[in-house]
Design a protein around this ligand. Structure first.
Ligand code: BGC
Ligand code: ZN
Length: 373
């Protein structure tokens, strides 16, 4: 820090620039706020998309947006009415902040992940600065405590919340079939397919595995490759869509109870929808950029969705419970697959490498920027 400013990586949509900036250091301005020193920030497809200027927006009073929504930090200062944290605690912040409207029952109920008005904000994405900087200030209600023994993997909490929110909805929807959401292994005897082997896909596969699902990951790259190795190392089965066509894949899996889409590409996703089983659920998490229309077998799909009682669910963002579930599950994953979990973080980089990470060719699995040790 110098002159009350700090290093930050941000986008400047007006100038169509991604840059290392000097950004004012934040100060606690309400009694329930905390000041946090950023330790690590993960980079995801959303950040890379914001850097194409197709998505994301700066705060109203600023011409740039500080990026970063997947963070781990250490509390360094607490406001006088902070009850839940003390300096030295590790925290992971949530992403979305509620809209201001009194009629939005979701936001008023701390469920801004289901905001009805669309006037929510998101740190590092929509109208509020993110965490790709040295310090940030946040209210205690938007922070989650992380046990010290998860420090090396806690940057994965936010991407894991995608799966946690998805699974919470899966149990709700499948209660129509008396699927147990509370039992020790609610997925026992059931088959799940994960589409895509990026961080959201692999973390989703881990979450499905610990709940007892027979888990397949269908992704493009032929074997051998590091993602396939990682998937197979946790006891899920990696299958390349380039070497195994869909019909053959369907014969291998047998009836599919759940598809967890984490690829963000419509073509393969709608093809896989044709092999979802009876009473199955199909969960979309990917956010593809706008693209020209493509043909889909719409009548076949519609017929199957109805005759097979299928549920199609889209899910975005995550509530506090999903963060708490992710922190708990990350502990389980670390016990069960310590090496695999660590390999998910394929690179630790200094902030100065931001260009290559945000604008270069996507490489590795989860790339992380280390800001403070
Ligand atoms: C983030 C979510 C956010 C979504 C849409 C994702 O990358 O993880 O928190 O809601 O982008 O902006
Ligand atoms: Zn993300």
């Amino acid at each position: 820090m110098n002159n009350g400013t700090m290093k930050a990586v941000g986008v400047h949509p007006g100038k169509r620039e991604v840059a290392l900036l000097r950004h004012p250091a934040p100060r606690i301005s309400a009694p329930t706020e905390l000041k946090i020193r950023t330790i690590e920030v993960g980079i995801c497809g959303t950040d890379r998309e914001i850097c194409t200027f197709a998505y994301g927006s700066p705060p109203d009073d600023c011409d740039y947006l500080v990026l970063g929504h997947e963070a781990l930090g250490e509390v360094i200062e607490v406001g006088p009415r902070v009850t839940a944290f003390k300096p030295g605690d590790l925290v992971v912040p949530t992403v979305r902040r509620p809209c201001p409207h009194s009629h939005c029952v979701s936001c008023r109920d701390a469920r801004q992940d289901f905001c009805f008005t669309g006037d929510f904000t998101e740190r590092g994405i929509k109208m509020v600065h993110g965490y790709m900087t040295e310090y940030f200030v946040e209210d205690q209600v938007h922070l989650n405590a992380v046990p010290p023994d998860l420090r090396d993997v806690a940057v994965l909490v936010e991407p894991l919340t995608v799966a946690e929110k998805a699974l919470a909805q899966l149990w709700q929807v499948q209660r129509r079939l008396n699927w147990g959401g509370n039992g020790a292994a609610p997925g026992a005897g059931k088959t799940a397919v994960v589409l895509g082997a990026g961080p959201v896909g692999i973390l989703g596969a881990m979450a499905l595995m610990v709940r007892g699902f027979r888990t397949w990951v269908y992704s493009r790259s032929p074997e051998p490759n590091p993602k396939a190795e990682l998937v197979n190392s946790i006891g899920a089965k990696y299958i390349s869509s380039e070497t195994v066509p869909l019909a053959e894949f369907a014969r291998m899996t047998g009836p599919i109870d759940v598809v967890y889409e984490a690829v963000g590409v419509a073509k393969i996703t709608f093809e896989v929808m044709k092999i979802l089983g009876l009473n199955g659920a199909f969960i979309f998490t990917g956010i593809p950029p706008e693209k020209p229309a493509i043909p889909v077998e719409a009548d076949t799909l519609m017929r199957r969705i109805v005759l097979m009682n299928q549920a199609i669910i889209g899910t975005v963002n995550a509530d506090r419970t999903a963060f708490e579930d992710a922190i708990r599950d990350l502990g389980l994953f670390k016990e069960r697959w310590p090496d695999s979990l660590r390999k998910l973080i394929s690179g630790l980089h200094p902030l100065e490498n931001y260009r290559e990470l945000l604008l270069g060719k996507a490489a590795g699995i989860k790339n992380v920027i280390t800001i403070g040790a």
